[in-house]
Each structure stands twice: as structure tokens, then as C-alpha cells.
Ligand binder design. Structure first.
Ligand code: GLA
Length: 425
């Protein structure tokens, strides 16, 4: 292998957080050479994200706390002649695909390729001068929905391409390009900014606090890095995932909930006598004053709104609890968030797997907090567990889950990792 330099000191830290990262890099470099008959010039990495707390708050201009996890997408790239992009993903090894940079279209068969297609499209629209490129993708981020495998993929591709063509535009800007890509007709997913924002802004050893009040053309007015040490209480974060549950309702359940929130804004503007542009502008006290009236108008809307208003409040309290070392309180808020997301926001609708994970998991000895993550309707959850109870937690939940659904759960303990970065150049 040609001698390469690491771009920054920090990158070597990421290697420690993902135990098999250097192995994956070496393997990818070899695979790239065999596949494209040239050396990869750039290797970029972007992590999956954990939504620590703040569920469906992003498109309601609210708050959330997130971090990068020790699972990532690696993208290997090198230029080739012409205007074609060759792309191969180890997660979808059916065939390598070719994109025509000047004729980017939606692929209805190999849908995964629509993510990089949309990213390339948006980068070109942003004036980035891309040329023909060979790309290899290697990801170990669970694909079941909940830890943003697609945002991780998009941002890693965007980071790699921009650096390859000498346009390092900054991670938050990249995240915005990727969100626009995901919302565009090439992908058509109505996601908010949480996923791409977290994947881009994450920092090893830190959590990212988002204030989703838009500012100028940015969907966030502030992102702050937050310190919090759960290891002092001998705890770990663990992702619990059933990789066989494919998101059931994701495509209709998400926009339906978003619409419910937006549709309630008229009600709030009338009741509160001021223009309410997002649920972020309604306080808990105001909600309580008009709760019964909203219930009479639309019971489902009342539940959706209640979840969002209290969730914003929980994010602020949880962030503070984490910062000040009140880990019990922090864990309880995670559990409350999970309860509310299921009971009020209905994210386990027709997904009994998620109901069991969240409701059963939180009862197990040694669990300080447990909640769902992400859009919902899939089998994935986040647990805060005492280190020495971890094996029992895995056994108890794994056994019960298997006997009910016949599937094996995967448990992924993680530490917080860096956002999008260049590993080799
Ligand atoms: C998905 C979306 C995000 C966010 C979460 C829920 O991950 O992509 O924008 O809305 O669900 O918090």
C-alpha cells in the first residue's frame, strides 16, 4: 500500500472508537484497487447517529441532542476520465452501478443509489466542479432505520467528493446539501435536519445540542457541543436492533405525523392571539390551558402536539442533567421520551417489535433509560445500561424477543465518535 498521511491527529482517535476501522480501511483500499485498477485517493468516513433525545422535534423547530456512534460509512474515491461515476456498495453487492453526471435520474430498482445520485446533483447545483469518479462504499451502520444509515452514506459521499475536488466546504454546509438531496425528487424523503446535522457535527467524547429554529438559509440557529460523562456512573449506551424488521409504516406514518403538527398551528394562532409558526412557540402551560379544546377538535392531533411540546422541554432538561452529572434524571427523561413517542406519537403503530423493545427493556434491572430513536416503525432502540448488568440485559431482552418474534437482536454498545472526516488523503 502506498504511504499516506493521516489528515489530522483526531482521526487516529476514531480508530480506537471503532475497533475494526483500520482493518476496514485496509480491506477497502485493496478492494478498490482490484475493482477499479487504480489506488483510492481519498477515504472519507461518516458515522451513524444516535438520537439521544428529541424525537420528531427537528421539523417542529424544536431541540434535540445527538451524537455520532462507533459504526460508520467509509467511502473510497478516485477520479476517472469523463463524466461518469462508477459506484459499488458492499451492502448491495448485486452489481456495480454507473451514474451519468449530466443525466442524473432516479433508479427504481437499485434504490440505494438514489442517495449518492441526489448528493451529486445537489453538489453540482451548488457549483462544485465534480468530474468522473470511481467510488466504493463500505458501511456497518444498521440499515433498519433509526441510526441514519442513509445520512451517514450521503454525508460520507459528499465529504469525499468535495475534498477530492478541492472544495472543502465545511461540515454543516455539507449536511445542508445532503438534507436538500434527501428531500429532493431523486429520493423524496421528507426528513428534517437531525440526521445529516448530527452525522456532520458529531465530535468524539461530546454530544451535539441542536436548536432547530431556522436562521437565514440554515435549518439550525445553533449547534453546541455538550460534555457529559456517563462512564462516571459506570454506564454504557447500547443500541438494540432487530435487523430483520423493515420499516413498515415509515413512508406514510412520518409525513402523517408531520402534517398533524403543522395542521395544529392555526388552532394555536387563534387561541393564543399571536402568529404561531411552529410548535416550538407553544409552552407547556399554554398547551395545558387549551388541551381539552384541542382534544375535542381532534384527539389524535392533541396527542401528537402533546408529545412535541413536552419533548422539547425534556431535551432542555436532559441536556442540563447530562452536563451537571445528574445521570439518573437524564436516564428517566430518556425513558419518558420513549413512553411519549410510543403512547402519544404512535411510533410503534403496527410495529409490536418496537413496543416490546422500549416497554420491556426499560423494566430490566440495571437500565437507567430506554427509548426509541428516529422516525419510528422499525425495531431499534437506545438503552442506557449499567456496565456490569449488560450481559444480563442482553440475555433477558434477547430471549424474550426471540421467543415472541423469532428474531435475534443485535446489541451495539458505543462511544461517541467524530462526525464526517477524511481518514486518508
Ligand atoms: C428521522 C428523520 C429525522 C427526525 C427523526 C425523528 O430520523 O430523518 O429528521 O425527524 O426521524 O426525530
Amino acid at each position: 500500500m502506498a504511504k499516506r498521511k493521516k489528515v489530522s491527529e483526531e482521526n487516529s482517535l476514531s480508530y480506537q472508537d471503532e475497533t475494526d476501522l483500520s482493518f476496514r480501511v485496509e480491506k477497502g483500499l485493496r478492494q478498490f484497487k482490484e475493482m477499479y485498477h487504480q489506488e483510492a485517493k481519498i477515504v472519507s468516513r461518516a458515522p451513524g447517529r444516535a438520537e439521544v433525545i428529541g424525537n420528531h422535534t427537528d421539523y417542529n423547530n424544536g431541540f434535540a441532542l445527538a451524537c455520532g456512534i462507533s459504526r460508520s460509512t467509509l467511502v473510497f474515491l478516485a477520479p476517472q476520465n469523463g463524466r461518469r461515476v462508477g459506484i459499488f456498495s458492499n451492502s448491495f453487492p448485486q452489481r456495480p452501478l454507473v451514474l451519468e453526471m449530466d443525466r442524473l435520474v432516479r433508479n427504481e430498482i437499485d434504490k440505494w443509489v438514489n442517495y449518492p445520485t441526489a448528493v451529486i446533483d445537489q453538489l453540482l447545483k451548488a457549483g462544485i466542479k465534480l468530474q468522473g469518479t470511481d467510488i466504493l462504499v463500505d458501511s456497518n451502520v444498521p440499515l433498519s432505520g433509526g441510526v441514519s444509515s442513509s445520512a451517514s452514506f450521503e454525508v460520507a459521499v459528499a465529504k469525499g467528493l468535495t475534498v477530492l475536488y478541492g472544495e472543502n466546504i465545511g461540515n454543516l454546509k455539507l449536511a445542508l446539501v445532503c438534507k436538500t438531496a434527501e428531500n429532493s425528487p431523486l429520493v423524496e424523503s421528507p426528513c428534517g435536519f437531525l440526521d445529516q446535522g448530527s452525522v456532520a457535527a458529531a465530535k468524539r467524547g461530546k454530544f451535539v445540542f441542536f436548536d432547530f429554529q431556522p436562521k437565514g438559509d440554515s435549518p439550525v440557529s445553533a449547534t453546541k457541543l455538550v460534555s457529559g460523562d456517563i462512564t462516571k456512573d459506570k454506564l454504557s449506551f447500547v443500541i438494540v436492533v432487530d435487523n430483520d424488521v423493515k420499516r413498515m409504516l415509515g413512508e406514510t406514518g412520518y409525513p402523517a405525523r408531520k402534517k398533524s403538527c403543522y395542521d395544529s398551528l392555526d388552532f394555536w394562532s387563534k387561541k393564543l392571539g399571536r402568529k404561531i409558526a411552529s410548535l416550538r412557540q407553544v409552552s407547556v402551560e399554554e398547551f395545558l390551558a387549551y388541551k381539552d379544546e384541542l382534544e375535542k377538535l381532534d384527539g389524535v392531533m392533541r396527542m401528537r402536539v402533546e408529545h412535541i411540546i413536552y419533548e422539547n422541554d425534556r431535551v432542555l432538561k436532559a441536556t442540563n442533567a447530562l452536563k451537571t452529572g445528574k445521570t439518573k434524571e437524564f436516564g428517566n427523561l430518556l425513558t419518558e421520551s420513549g413512553r411519549s413517542a410510543l403512547e402519544l406519537y404512535g411510533l410503534d403503530e403496527r410495529t409490536p417489535e418496537l413496543t416490546l423493545l422500549v416497554n420491556r427493556g426499560r423494566e430490566i434491572d440495571g437500565v437507567w433509560g430506554m427509548r426509541n430513536m428516529g422516525g419510528g416503525f422499525s425495531g431499534i432502540a437506545l438503552a442506557l445500561v449499567e456496565n456490569d448488568r449488560l450481559p444480563d440485559f442482553e440475555e433477558e431482552l434477547g430471549k424474550e424477543y426471540k421467543s415472541k418474534f423469532g428474531h435475534r437482536l443485535e446489541f451495539i454498545p458505543f462511544t461517541t465518535t467524530n462526525g464526517a472526516e477524511i481518514l486518508l488523503s
